[in-house]
Design a protein around this ligand. Structure first.
Ligand SMILES: [Zn+2]
Ligand SMILES: [Zn+2]
Length: 136
């Protein structure tokens, strides 16, 4: 019974994020949206599932610009968000998936120069996107 409960929570979360793949949500928002449907699960369960899903690369976990809260977003075309780096606009929060070769070069250089193995899935470059630059 417990396993079924867990699977249901996970499915509700994924379905919800998939339906709104163009948006990002905080744990609180996701919890508010799915808790009833998922059989009254608690916030910790939602959070644990989100953590696991982002570790598995199914969803992206990124900091909300100008705030301390994390947000989660489904990643339709990018199945492996745990294995590439992301960039994010600090103004509008738009996320870019950096799957290009130069990231590998960067990773290699950081390893050689600083002895640091970069956790690509958890690394986010912050900047300002073209759309936001145009608004100025
Ligand atoms: Zn990604
Ligand atoms: Zn922007």
């Amino acid at each position: 019974m417990k396993g079924e409960y867990k699977t249901k929570a996970r499915k509700c979360i994924v379905d919800f994020l998939k339906e709104h793949a163009d948006r990002r949500f905080t744990v609180r928002e996701i919890y508010d949206q799915i808790s009833t449907e998922a059989g009254g699960i608690d916030k910790t369960t939602v959070y644990r599932n989100l953590e696991r899903l982002s570790d598995q690369g199914e969803i992206i976990k990124i900091k909300e610009p100008n705030s301390d809260s994390w947000f989660f977003q489904y990643s339709e075309d990018h199945k492996h968000c745990n294995s590439h780096m992301h960039a994010q606009c600090s103004e509008c929060g738009k996320v870019f998936h950096l799957e290009e070769d130069f990231v590998e070069e960067f990773e290699e250089k950081v390893r050689k120069e600083y002895g640091l193995d970069v956790n690509l899935g958890k690394t986010v470059i912050v900047g300002k996107c073209d759309d936001c630059k145009k608004k100025d």
